[in-house]
Design a protein around this ligand. Sequence first.
Ligand code: PLP
Length: 452
Amino acid sequence: LEVIASVEPRIAEATRQELADQRSSLKLIASENYASPAVLLTMGTWFSDKYAEGTVGHRFYAGCQNVDTVESLAAEHARELFGAPYAYVQPHSGIDANLVAFWSILAHRIETPALERLSAKNVNELTEEDWESLRHEFGNQRLLGMSLDSGGHLTHGFRPNISGKMFHQQQYGTDPETGLLDYDVVRAKAKEFKPLVLVAGYSAYPRRVNFAKMREIADEVGATLMVDMAHFAGLVAGKVFTGEENPVPYAHLTTSTTHKSLRGPRGGLVLAQEEYAPSVDRGCPMVLGGPLSHVMAAKAVAFAEARQSGFQTYAQAIADNAKSLADGFLTRGANLVTGGTDNHLVLLDVSSFGLTGRQAESALLDAGIVTNRNSVPNDANGAWYTSGVRLGTPALTTRGFGHDEFDNVAELIVQVLSNTQPGTTKAGGPSKASYTLADGVADKVKDASAEM
Ligand code: PLP
């Protein structure tokens, strides 16, 4: 920090403050974690200075021999960790990983057959007319994904996202009564819509998914199954999700982030069956530019960590702790979407406290509990204010929290929410944003969490 401070002291100060904040609060954001010192240190090296567009052994720049070592090792660790035939470790983020997957599906399923039909060997031989017909075919493909308010992600076909613009999209939701995925409904939608791509995976669904069933549905309609395991990759790596709950053997392509439950650097990953490997390998130049070599190095370190046996204990603790947190809420009378959890996250419906998600999120932050507001299925308060708060266990499990601590976390959250009153607007109506937290509660909760 001294070196940074000698150039821009405000950045050094913000960095110091971030460390202090992350240590003094209860980090319950389901997509966050604490990466190890080895992972963090690996990101701060001179690999950051190197350009390496292309793939291993096939670069558009000279002098990439050390990046080749890094990328090969990261891919090898990823293949071994997840039992995948092929791994692409260049995506800078989860969104990039999904874009690489989408374009590789289009390249494999639309461009390759079109090239054969047009008797061209590669895209460089296409005429303007060929391109026009290809653009037409590319632009008319369909994607079926899980809706945002049922727990899906923006990139799964949400209209304002590029995935909802590059594909004709439809969405499947969850059962309005149980909040659970209904595979018969997904199957019926897929049969009617006939998508090229069926996307499974989630950001805010507190249950496990049967990927064998998803693959069956994809096969019935001739779709490519793409699973986005960004949130639960750590539970797959740690062998908590096995058999039909492990997407890797069932999906044609599995995408992920590397920084959530997997506890690596911020980044993306694509795993693929052999048939998709050549088109995923074209991620650069199709979607990406130069890879972040320093981050690929940190991915290799994180994957190596996840291959150690201790990671399985950690992953099991993530799931056990989520159950403890959910039980802690249920015994205190709070409402959970789907009535509980069997993964790493809990979706607390805060409407029974008379609050919006936004009010709950802010009041909890005042008490040093960091969460994010989240829609619940068919949310009456919309995607901005919401009626839920999403809570995840990966970060605090890394800090060593177990059953008793998570039961206590539930108690502290219930204390904050039961002592929070919704505010009023200037016109005197109910506000969805302002709130009052009773005096003394924030300090009491902060003191209690400092002791955990
Ligand atoms: N996919 C899922 C399921 C996610 O939850 C997220 C992030 O929250 C992403 C993709 C995007 O990841 P990133 O923020 O690294 O682009």
